[in-house]
Design a protein around this ligand. Structure first.
Ligand code: HEC
Length: 320
């Protein structure tokens, strides 16, 4: 059945069918690139958080003059004025939380926080995604966890307890008084070295993948045009250089077979051509010429015989 359908029609059909896997492949590649890009943005945020936390840690904590939230407190005397100054200290986790709260207040599309299932500060209580990430990362070889949640890209990287951390996060009774006095202290103790302390959780506000895709497609009309052009090029090649000439040759062959006259121009074709369609044209032309020559000879001979027959008949009639 299908074999009788014109190759031209089938070729267009194949091209259209080809668009489907091609479209699916482009879609999938773009989605991968998009997600990889989001992941990289989240990794950069985590990197900044870790660096900031390390900076606070390397400086033995930071000392500030406001008493909003602190772990240590010292009253100092200004050497110049002899006035008392109250200084308050923040450890890396506390400074990092305040840093994250500052960023959350800004219009940054990327926010972050440090959170744990067993937390000291109730403000660090994990949300549903973070709990899921902590479960997935605990005791697991995975080094990151991510997914889209309500149109946001959520990403989590595990943080593990080291020896120095247990001074505050180990046995509760051994913790510094400043930690035990921490307002709203919830828990956050009884960790051991190597335990999963929690995660650095990043939230990226994103537009949905389809919106992003539409924007990219609208901004890439030139590139889409180029893809369409490459399809047209293939179509033109197969159509113009193969299918159309073959169609012409089959019309000529059809006419010749029915004894009808038909033109086949081979003037521009060299005998030494490598073009397969031209070779076929030359072969058909030779076939057509020898057929027409034979047919011509045949009709001339036939005419002579007819004439001779007629003369013979006329002679017979006269004699009779
Ligand atoms: C000087 C005591 C101290 C040390 C040392 C310490 N932390 Fe903390 N940690 C805290 C306090 C206090 C908080 C709560 C900070 C806040 O207000 O968000 C906290 C919070 C955290 C949190 C967020 C969840 C929670 O418990 O509220 C994580 C995760 C964390 N620390 C991990 C670590 C790791 C890992 C180390 C070692 C590299 C470490 N901490 C060292 C005191 C400490």
């Amino acid at each position: 059945m299908l074999n009788n359908i014109s190759i031209r029609i089938r070729f267009i059909f194949v091209l259209l069918v080809m668009l489907v896997p091609n479209g699916a492949a482009y879609f999938s590649i773009f989605k991968d690139v998009y997600e990889e890009e989001l992941r990289n943005q989240a990794r950069i945020v985590v990197n900044n958080v870790e660096s900031f936390s390390a900076w606070v840690n390397n400086n033995g904590g930071v000392w500030v003059t406001n008493d909003r939230s602190y772990l240590g407190h010292k009253s100092l005397i200004d050497a110049d004025t002899q006035e008392p100054i109250e200084m308050y200290s923040k450890n890396p986790a506390l400074a990092t939380r305040e840093f994250s709260e500052q960023i959350a207040k800004s219009d940054s599309p990327a926010t972050f926080r440090m959170t744990s299932e067993n937390y000291m500060n109730p403000k660090n209580k994990p949300d549903a995604f973070e709990s899921e990430a902590i479960t997935a990362l605990d005791g697991n070889i995975n080094t990151e966890y991510y997914k889209m949640v309500d149109g946001n890209y959520r990403y989590a990287k595990p943080v593990f307890h080291k020896e120095g951390c247990l001074r505050c996060h180990g046995v509760r009774e051994d913790a510094p008084q400043a930690v035990l006095d921490f307002p709203n202290l919830h828990d956050g103790f009884n960790f051991k070295v190597g335990d999963l302390a929690g995660v650095i959780s990043v939230k990226l506000k994103t537009v949905s993948f389809t919106t992003r895709l539409t924007n990219v497609l609208l901004g890439s009309l030139l590139e889409i045009g180029l893809i369409a052009l490459s399809f047209i090029l293939v179509l033109w090649f197969v159509w113009g250089l193969i299918l159309k000439p073959i169609n012409k040759l089959s019309t000529v062959a059809d006419s010749v077979s029915k004894g009808l006259h038909s033109d086949l121009n081979t003037n521009n074709i060299k005998d030494s051509t490598n073009n397969e369609v031209y070779k076929l044209t030359l072969a058909l032309s030779r076939l057509k010429n020898s057929y027409e020559y034979t047919a011509d000879k045949y009709s001339k001979t036939k005419a002579i015989i007819e004439k001779a027959k007629r003369k013979k008949q006329e002679r017979k009639n006269k004699e009779g």
